[in-house]
Design a protein around this ligand. Sequence first.
Ligand SMILES: NC(=O)c1ccc[n+]([C@@H]2O[C@H](COP(=O)([O-])OP(=O)(O)OC[C@H]3O[C@@H](n4cnc5c(N)ncnc54)[C@H](OP(=O)(O)O)[C@@H]3O)[C@@H](O)[C@H]2O)c1
Length: 213
Amino acid sequence: MKLAIIGAGNVGGTLGMAWVQKAGHEIFFGVRDPSSDKTKAALSKISGKARAGTPAEAAAFGEMIVLTTPWPQTEAAIRAMGDLSGKILLDATNPLAMGPDGLGLEIGHTTSAGEKVQGWAKGASVFKTLNTTGFGNMADPIFHGVKSVMFVAGDDAANKPKVIELVAALGFDVVDAGPLRNARLLEAHAMLWIELALKRGLGRDWAFARVKR
Ligand SMILES: NC(=O)c1ccc[n+]([C@@H]2O[C@H](COP(=O)([O-])OP(=O)(O)OC[C@H]3O[C@@H](n4cnc5c(N)ncnc54)[C@H](OP(=O)(O)O)[C@@H]3O)[C@@H](O)[C@H]2O)c1
């Protein structure tokens, strides 16, 4: 499949490499500067099946688009893609900002990054996913044979199975988390992972998994 990844940093670069290696997808990174060191580093880890250009070129190429930009740059990145009518957009961003207690969520409870992204990406089908674990786990989501969990929230029931399949190809146990407004829950869940990983001593090499009776 042809995939556009907007951003080629920790998350974008890791996802691009993993989808090429695990599923044979073709990647087009949409970035501000296709010749930057960060973009070159992402491309150098993927042999052959990846290239980089502008966000608009990437969006035109991709059957699905994966958004991996820092929150403050996300609206500009979406606008730079142009008309997104009919496109499937996976939103991996978290609306992080520094507050009085350190790093936290800039918005939540009454809206979410996922819903803001839907407002900016008019006519696209937005799915919130790939935001609740560290980028290292996106390359290797299986721990001692147990798949870590990844959620997908979105309103477009017809296209949700395709999105679930794409995320599952990385090795995650994928759970349908309901409508896009549940991005409010997933972004808070991401903040819990960040809090535990970065402030409470768990580090980055762990993930949430689902157990069931
Ligand atoms: N890091 C994690 O473990 C993790 C996990 C889950 C979710 N997330 C979320 O994923 C997002 C990306 O995190 P990251 O750690 O991958 O950040 P990162 O390493 O800083 O990478 C961000 C990428 O976005 C690009 N970018 C910035 N502005 C852009 C624009 N206007 N148009 C196109 N590309 C643009 C950057 O390119 P430049 O060289 O131009 O800056 C860079 O390639 C954030 O919202 C974060 O909260 C992160």
